[in-house]
Design a protein around this ligand. Structure first.
Ligand SMILES: [Zn+2]
Length: 406
């Protein structure tokens, strides 16, 4: 099947996940795409396809008999992984995605929105290409249905071509956008020795490092007194929360980039008698990450000292870690990917992810798993788009990997 036709068939399924749900998948509607994929994988000639009760779809294409390399050893089994859900920041499932031959300038999307190079200068890279865009009312879903379409099309081509290849595993997961995707599957469910998530952005992007992440909950207890007679007695919990936040280093998401870590005040709830702030702590360096946690504890202790009461309490729990340290023990996994990019005429842009990935979680479960590009832009928004050429190039990279791993 043509990759554009396939991609458009996937984005027609609404698959938004829901962080407040405890079912798996978190939303019923993700099943429809998962079941569609289950059928489609069988149709393209894969016999071993399993959709489990939690909504994880696994498929394995056995190695061809002529797969063994010159040394006579069989190539390792490699997994290709993508997620079927979409983010909550914009409504899902575009009613009217369009393919536009882009000649530069603004593209009127509809619903009062336009894709303009003045706001998105990277559009200039795509002059002369065909862009798949939304109607301005929803996200497109290239994150990560482009990844799914690229993997399925690459697998179909590899099977159809009769070329020799090692064992190939495909895995499509729900709920990546709510941080649950890889958390609810186990290393033992994979036959692969290593894998790649196909969940990155622009063609050429390659990621094998991500943030170390923790969450801090800071509780402020007030001492309530009638405000008319409060002098030197009342302690306002909200004032404490403000003082605490102001005492932290000014390293916040809005003024950091690249390898710079941050403290992010995510929520502040409460009243003058009691309040709770929650923070995200992020840093690529494990050492600086640990330091940031100590700074938050120290600032809480200093505030308690300053007010003369133990009214500030902090609890910190780690969420995920940077996969870089583990990936460095498996250099061949990165080398193979970068070799595939170059063989397909793409110069790799290796960059640290300012977030986490399903692959980072899987890496810590024992399946080394860096992240390949999908070719998409402006994820999680109505301005999301992907070019037909990028979709096909990323498919080519995956196909190269499927047939060249030795
Ligand atoms: Zn994604």
């Amino acid at each position: 099947m043509d990759i554009v036709e396939r991609f458009l068939s996937y984005v027609a399924f609404p698959t938004q996940s829901d962080e407040n749900s405890s079912s798996s998948p978190t939303t019923e509607k993700q099943w429809a795409l998962l079941r569609h994929l289950e059928q489609e994988l069988r149709q393209i000639g894969i016999a071993d396809v399993t959709l489990n009760e939690d909504g994880y779809l696994f498929a394995e294409i056995p190695a061809t008999e002529d797969a063994a390399g010159p040394g006579g050893s069989e190539p390792p089994c490699v997994a290709f992984i993508a997620h079927v859900d979409t983010a909550a920041e914009a409504p899902d499932a575009p009613a009217d995605p369009r393919v536009v031959a882009y000649e530069g300038g603004d593209i009127e999307l509809g619903h009062g929105k336009a894709l303009s190079p003045s706001r998105f200068p990277e559009l200039n890279r795509y002059v002369g290409q065909r862009l798949i865009v939304t109607d301005g009312a929803t996200l497109l879903g290239a994150d990560d249905k482009a990844g799914v379409a690229e993997i399925v099309t690459a697998a179909e081509n590899v099977i159809g071509s009769g070329r020799p290849h090692g064992a190939i595993e495909l895995c499509f997961m729900p709920d990546e956008e709510v941080g649950l995707g890889a958390r609810r599957c186990e290393r033992s469910q994979f036959a692969a020795e290593f894998g790649y998530t196909v969940d990155g952005g622009r063609t050429g992007d390659y990621n094998f490092e991500n943030f170390n992440a923790a969450r801090a909950n800071v509780t402020f207890t007030g001492i309530p007194v009638h405000p008319g007679t409060a002098k030197n007695k009342l302690i306002n919990a909200l004032t404490l929360a403000g003082l605490y936040d102001a005492s932290l280093p000014d390293e916040r998401p809005e003024n950091t980039e690249g390898y710079e870590g941050f403290y992010h005040l995510l929520t502040l709830e409460g009243s003058s008698s009691g309040a709770v702030s929650s923070y995200l702590i992020r840093d690529h360096s494990r050492e600086k990450f640990e330091q940031r946690k100590r700074v938050m504890e120290q600032k809480a202790a200093e505030l308690n000292e300053r007010i003369g009461h133990e009214l500030v309490r902090i609890e910190i729990s780690d969420t995920y870690y940077n996969m870089r340290g583990i990936m460095e023990q498996h250099p061949r996994v990165n080398e193979l990917a970068l070799e595939a990019y170059r063989a397909c005429g793409v110069e790799p842009a290796v960059a640290p992810i300012r977030g986490g990935t399903d692959g980072a979680v899987l890496t810590f479960k024992g399946l080394p798993c860096p992240n390949l590009c999908t070719g998409g832009e402006n994820f999680h928004s109505e301005y999301e788009y992907i070019s037909v050429e990028a979709l096909d190039k990323c498919r080519e990279i995956i196909e190269y990997l499927m047939t060249h791993v030795q």
